[in-house]
Design a binder for this molecule. Sequence first.
Ligand code: PLP
Length: 296
Amino acid sequence: MTVLVFLDPVHPAGRLADASSPTILATDQGVTRGDGVFESLLAVNGVPRKMQAHLDRLALSARTMDLRIPGAGEWQAAIATALTAYAAGGEQCVVKLISTRGPEGANSPTSWVTVTPVSPSVAAQRENGLAVVLLERGYDSDLAARAPWLLMGAKTLSYAVNMAALRHAHSVGADDVIFTSNDELVLEGPTSSVLLAHISDDSGIPVKRLITPHLDTGILPGTTQGALFAAARESGWELGYGPVTPADLLDADAVWLISSLRLLAPVNTIDGQEIGNAETRAALTAELSALLAATE
Ligand code: PLP
């Protein structure tokens, strides 16, 4: 089941539409050029999680590409309408916010919200963990600052490369991808942030340390990573931002791909090499998942 609500000045609460009928013009630049922005968020029992963080990032992505999109209030109204229409649909669902540059020449964005079920494969990833391959992203980790026109760090609709990387991973028997830069730093997954944990230091002394790649590398600032870091700090974890190398991942006690929909998916292997051990992965995943679940 898909619920579809367009943001429409004539309908302040959003305009419900039939998701099974064609509704986007063939000249919409979101369709013809992938020119637009989006967000995917999880709603639990009809309540969207981290709504403000997602609306803030949507606005930032739009600003990065000079796209004028509706304000937070209009998005919130449309999300509420969509979640009400979806009400019968189970305890967790996916809310997608999309805004495109609209039809050629119209100078007016096309904006809509969809609500759909969480795919069963997402639940399986949380449960069973992932086999991951490292793939080259093809740029240096300092490119974002030099080349703002590449829109790095913005969540644009141009995800074809990310999806191709996932298909490549599947074709070699893996589940997911961690991208690396030309200067061999860890970046992010095609649809996730990377997180690693240490529970002892080099001399074996117990620590609780979480590390994620530095945002200067042009990766998307993850709302899940942000929420988890805030919660983990409260419960005594030491937090750090990269640089993270592939060797750091292999050396970690646990590595996860994290995102709004999958939450924490433990990485079992990277390029065939096991990360930590199953018991530690499971215990840390349970601990951090509980911290994340307790956030708004
Ligand atoms: N990095 C990329 C490229 C993503 O597409 C996503 C989410 O889809 C993330 C990171 C994680 O972001 P969030 O935790 O806000 O879902």
